[in-house]
Design a protein around this ligand. Structure first.
Ligand SMILES: Cc1cc2nc3c(=O)[nH]c(=O)nc-3n(C[C@H](O)[C@H](O)[C@H](O)COP(=O)(O)O)c2cc1C
Length: 368
């Protein structure tokens, strides 16, 4: 049994009242059906995890040609809205809260996933590491089309429409995906963004598209139900920034100005010695809810909250194999291991078949 239980205490996040501080991370699981519509499996999966203080959904397409994963869900069609409404109803029926993570992959995709449409980005530079999986196999990442400044208002409108649709689908909040080298991050970080003009150069200009999107989402949901994920230290998708401290300082100040509900600061799983410093910078400049993510255990999450480094902890992989993660934390039970072979495979296996503890099993599984 854990000595303290700060993770299990309630927390006000903007307009939301969370019953605990164990937040479920956005996790792409590629179980949507034809036309990027989430079906019964998705409904069951999220309902099983409604014990989280807040669920943040998998990244969800705002644009019909903005897909990076086969069978990922979208939020741009009436059919998708109706399907997500069943998901949010199922989570609410079990007393949970659910935010939608909205995104655009930018250059991190392929025309074969998007009806032949070339990926877009801040710069005409391809991701050099890794390959993109398409229905026709794995390929090197293509060189994206560099967006003109005049096209960026259209990007903002995609996110605005996504937020409006999410509101209609009954989501409690929105998380804007500004992390992991996807479109908004492709503007934010300077390893890629080489633009002149209003959307490149200084951090203020590189962050401009991100905050135009955030403002559009705030127009729809209100600041008290809008959050942002960034990952200044995560190199995934061939990204980096020359001054992550200044980046976090600026982003945190801007969130503070707007009264945004939460900042989801995705660490590099403890791999980077600057993580705690960035969290402190965010804390000083921003007084909304600071959520940390990346490689946390129950003990390290408790410690981060106890030290005042975070208000809530976001757990990803632990929620995949432990639908009742909060209950396991409550009783100090061992966590079930994750099956990495079924992360993105179709069907129920490895998705909705991880059992919750039965109370008898729970007692015998108590961790020492
Ligand atoms: C299968 C899988 C899918 C993921 N999908 C997303 C996603 O859709 N959006 C996102 O922001 N992060 C995504 N991530 C990253 C997680 O949200 C999280 O940041 C990462 O797993 C680190 O947290 P953890 O150590 O608690 O797992 C994904 C991670 C995994 C393992």
């Amino acid at each position: 049994m854990s000595k303290t239980n700060l993770l299990l205490t309630p927390l006000k996040v903007g307009d939301l009242q969370l019953s605990n501080r164990v937040v479920m991370s956005p996790l792409t699981r590629a179980r949507a059906e034809a036309d990027h519509v989430p079906g019964k499996l998705v409904e069951k999966y999220y309902a099983q995890r409604a014990g989280a203080g807040l669920i943040i959904s998998e990244c969800t397409m705002t644009a019909v040609h903005g897909s990076a994963f086969v069978n990922e869900p979208g939020i741009y069609s009436q059919e998708q809205i109706a399907a997500w409404k069943k998901v949010t109803d199922a989570v609410h029926a079990k007393g949970g809260l659910i935010a939608l993570q909205i995104w655009h992959p930018g250059r991190a995709t392929h025309a074969l996933l998007n009806g032949g449409v070339t990926p877009i980005s801040s710069a005409a530079k391809a991701i050099r590491e890794g390959q993109v999986q398409t229905p026709q196999g794995a390929f090197d990442y293509p060189v994206p089309r560099r967006l003109d400044d005049g096209e960026l208002a259209g990007v903002v409108e995609l996110f605005r429409a996504g937020a409006e649709n999410a509101r209609d689908a009954g989501f409690d909040a929105i998380e804007v995906h500004g992390a992991h080298g996807y479109l908004l991050d492709q503007f934010l970080r300077d390893s890629l963004n080489d633009r002149d003009g209003e959307y490149g150069g200084s951090i203020e200009k590189r962050a401009r598209l991100l905050f135009e999107v955030l403002d559009a989402v705030i127009d729809v949901f209100g600041a008290g139900r809008t959050g942002l994920r960034i990952s200044p230290l995560v190199g995934f998708n061939d990204m980096s920034d020359s001054d992550p401290r200044a980046l976090v300082q600026y982003v945190a100040e801007q969130l503070e100005r707007r009264g945004a509900a939460f900042l989801d600061l995705r660490h590099d799983n403890g791999a980077d010695p600057r993580e705690q410093e960035l969290a402190r910078i965010a804390r000083r400049a921003y007084h909304g809810t600071l959520m940390l993510n990346g490689g946390f255990t129950q003990a390290s999450g408790e410690a981060a909250i106890a030290a005042g480094e975070a208000d809530a902890i976001i757990y990803g992989k632990p929620f995949i194999s432990n639908p009742d993660l909060v209950e396991r934390f409550r009783i100090g039970a061992m966590l079930a291991p994750i099956d990495f072979t079924t992360l993105y495979t179709p069907g129920a296996k490895g998705y909705i078949d991880y059992p919750a503890l039965k109370s008898a099993t729970a007692r015998t599984a108590l961790a020492v």
